[in-house]
Design a protein around this ligand. Structure first.
Ligand SMILES: C=C(O[C@@H]1C=C(C(=O)O)C=C[C@H]1O)C(=O)O
Length: 114
């Protein structure tokens, strides 16, 4: 493993890209070229995953809108809390407490604030 060393890494008052460069850091925060390569590749995969997640959220919003419009057109209400509780439980069971928070954000994106 190649370790990037530079005495200037100890200058704690320096900041910014030039300071990072002289400290042997790049945009990944890695201290070695090997680690920088691993991080850059993994970040590319994360960017692709995020694009897919965003696309799925947009698809979810469109499907949810179909349901809401059909219910409202039939004389019903936009929101159905028992269904939302099922969804919150599903996310909590899969992802834990933060899953509930995520599901609440998804529901808000899909049906607005209540
Ligand atoms: C989509 C529906 O309507 C609303 C939106 C929901 C959602 O986006 O998951 C869930 C419940 C409702 O408040 C539904 O009843 O299934």
């Amino acid at each position: 493993m190649t370790v990037i060393t530079d005495a200037s890494a100890d200058r704690s008052s320096a900041s910014g890209p030039e300071a990072d460069r002289t400290a042997g850091l790049d945009a990944t925060g890695a201290r070695t070229p090997e680690a920088a390569g691993v991080i850059t590749d993994a970040r590319r995969r994360i960017d692709e995953l995020d694009d897919r997640i965003i696309g799925l959220i947009q698809e979810r919003m469109a499907v949810s809108a179909v349901i809401q419009q059909a219910r409202i057109a039939s004389g019903g209400r936009r929101v159905n809390l028992s269904r939302e509780n099922e969804i919150l439980s599903h996310y909590r069971d899969a992802l834990g407490k933060s899953g509930t928070t995520l599901a609440m954000t998804l529901l808000e994106l899909c049906r607005g604030k209540i």
